[in-house]
Design a protein around this ligand. Structure first.
Ligand code: KG4
Ligand code: ZN
Length: 358
């Protein structure tokens, strides 16, 4: 079984081919650089760029294999949540291929693609506990099965990746902020500044990063004569210290809530063995290390996708498409892309799509 996956929900135009032996047969990815100058993704620019590049990325992917589109058993695309202009490009391309090749179309929830990505290269079985941390989302979930999720907590304001990006922007470190902060943090002192941990005593698994980001802003303002962060003149070592303290505190907030979730998970799902982290922020080596320790302290196995499959890519979409397709989930051509699409909603029904074909 071979599935083609298309990703275009944010600023990566990406395509991949995977099979049910968990082999990646081909892949191609273009990270849009047009957004760097703006310090964040500009939706209209992203949509135009997806439209311009999707055909050549598809060609590049197939050119790396001995396959032709006719060898594919199903065509999957990220159908939301995400920036709708880009999502439409991927979904329409997938639908067009589906009609031309007479092969099923599979609408993939982008969050489900992140959620299942760890299963490509690790033997992770359902149910597992998942920390999903990306630029737009920050959730703790139980992955009970394909299409079956229990959400234990979510951010009530910023996603953690968004907080990384905003702090990096204030420090003039560019976009995306996560990798830049991680790099600077390596030479910083985590004891230099004490930062707040919002919601930490809330007793639930919800998270908040807005107050943490504001606390960093206040520190940066002290380096500016007129209080404007854009005019702050911060010595390199101080930038490193701010990055280290921010990364340390954000990770601590995540780990404390994951610890709570582990207690719930072990009680309700005694057969579950794995703690998984996925999404762009899961590329962060410090976060991965702290979660690994937490898993080991709680007799769980830590798993995460390889770093290159944490940020958006076509492989995770192809894989989630394959997992859905082999369980009988396909979608009809009237499926409407969804800018918002919670993972714990019954996906096909809520989308008005074809639903499960058993
Ligand atoms: O999953 P992703 O590629 O796109 C979304 O679905 O949002 O995640 C992108 C996010 C960005 O906020 C980026 O700053 C963050 O992941 N990120 C990181 C790292 N690499 C990417 N955050 C922290 N540390 C990293 N090494
Ligand atoms: Zn993503």
């Amino acid at each position: 079984m071979i599935v083609l996956g298309i990703e275009s929900s944010c600023d990566e135009t990406a395509v991949a081919l995977v099979n049910d032996k968990r082999e990646i047969l081909g892949e191609a990815l273009l990270s849009q650089e047009e957004h760097i100058a703006f310090g964040g993704v500009v939706p209209e620019i992203a949509a135009r760029s997806h439209l311009e590049h999707i055909d050549s990325i598809l060609e590049e992917c197939f050119a790396k294999t001995n396959l032709t589109p006719r060898d594919v058993d199903a065509i999957a695309a990220s159908a939301g949540p995400g920036l709708i202009g880009g999502v439409v490009v991927g979904v329409m391309t997938a639908k067009a291929l589906s009609v031309a090749l007479n092969k099923p179309f599979v609408a993939v929830n982008h969050l489900e693609a992140h959620a299942l990505a760890a299963r490509i290269s690790n033997d992770v079985e359902f149910p597992y506990l998942l920390l999903l941390v990306s630029g737009g989302h920050c959730q703790i979930l139980v992955v009970k099965d394909v299409n079956n999720y229990e959400r234990l907590g979510t951010t009530i304001d910023d996603a953690v990746g968004e907080a990384f990006d905003k702090v990096a922007k204030m420090l003039g470190l560019g976009y995306p902020g996560g990798p830049a902060i991680e790099k600077m943090a390596a030479t910083g002192d985590v004891n230099r500044f004490t930062l707040p941990r919002p919601l930490i005593g809330s007793g639930d698994c919800n998270l908040s990063f807005s107050g943490l980001k504001t606390a960093v802003r206040k520190i940066i303002e002290t380096y500016s004569l007129d209080g404007n962060v854009a005019h702050a003149d911060i010595p390199t070592q101080d930038v490193a210290d701010i990055c280290a303290c921010f990364q340390y505190t954000a990770t601590d907030c995540l780990c404390r809530k994951v610890k709570k979730a582990i207690a719930y998970f072990k009680n309700k799902y005694p057969d579950g063995k794995h703690l998984v982290v996925s999404g762009g922020v899961a590329s962060n080596t410090y976060l991965r290390g702290e979660l690994k320790k937490l898993a080991e302290q709680n007799n769980m196995i830590f798993a995460a996708p390889p770093i290159r499959f944490c940020t958006d890519n076509g492989v995770m979409v192809a894989w989630a498409g394959l997992e859905r397709f082999r369980k009988g989930y396909t979608d009809t051509l009237d499926f409407k892309p969804r800018p918002r699409w919670p993972l714990d909603a019954n996906a096909p029904k809520a989308a008005g799509a074809g639903g499960v074909k058993a």
